[in-house]
Write a new protein. Structure first.
Length: 83
């Protein structure tokens, strides 16, 4: 891979704890990208409106904020929404 994200249209980008991976938000969908292979390895879609913010936590989870007045906490290893 080129180590660069493939072209995407989105509102947010977050480099994950394992720096080989990044999360992007586009509309109401989150994607986890392997930056070494330029492949989307997981797609998360629990929000109902535009995602406006991402925050990476030290433990590897990610918080996403959305125009639907919700926040979600994601386990990036499993793809499970914990909140």
């Amino acid at each position: 891979g080129s180590g660069q994200l493939v072209p995407w249209q989105g509102s947010c980008l977050c480099i994950l704890r394992d720096i080989r991976f990044a999360m992007t938000a586009s509309r109401n969908i989150l994607k986890i990208w392997n930056m070494e292979t330029d492949e989307c390895v997981r797609e998360l879609n629990d929000h109902t409106n535009w995602i406006t913010s991402l925050c990476c936590l030290e433990d590897g989870r990610v918080i996403s904020g959305c125009n639907d007045d919700t926040i979600k906490i994601w386990n990036t290893d499993t793809g499970v929404c914990e909140l």
